[in-house]
Design a protein around this ligand. Structure first.
Ligand SMILES: [Zn+2]
Length: 99
């Protein structure tokens, strides 16, 4: 399979569409502001920025933001959930053995 960098709008980081090798889900690789590439889910979700939030999202600008998905009022914006947070096979890489 060929993966091509997606053309991005102004202010957005480079993104590469791909497929998770563990579960087969469609994912998007986003380069964070620190230069690392992170796999994220394809869909955008509303989030509320929170320094104490235990969840993390990646914006299309490459920002990694601590947030909450359950909140009252308006969301801070739309962003993507890191794929390892929702991948059903995320533990596969750590744990070996049968269930
Ligand atoms: Zn996966």
């Amino acid at each position: 399979m060929k993966i091509l960098p997606k053309k991005t709008k102004k202010g957005q980081r480079e993104q590469i569409m791909s497929t998770c090798k563990s579960c087969g889900a469609r994912i998007v690789w986003i380069q964070t502001l620190s230069g690392n590439w992170m796999p994220a889910n394809e869909g955008l979700v509303p989030y509320r920025q929170s320094e104490t939030g235990k969840d993390v999202v990646i914006t299309d600008r490459g920002e990694v933001i601590h947030c909450k998905f359950q909140f009252e009022g308006l969301p801070t914006g739309l962003a993507r959930i890191p794929h390892f947070a929702t991948c059903p096979n995320a533990d596969k890489h750590r744990k070996k053995g049968k269930q």
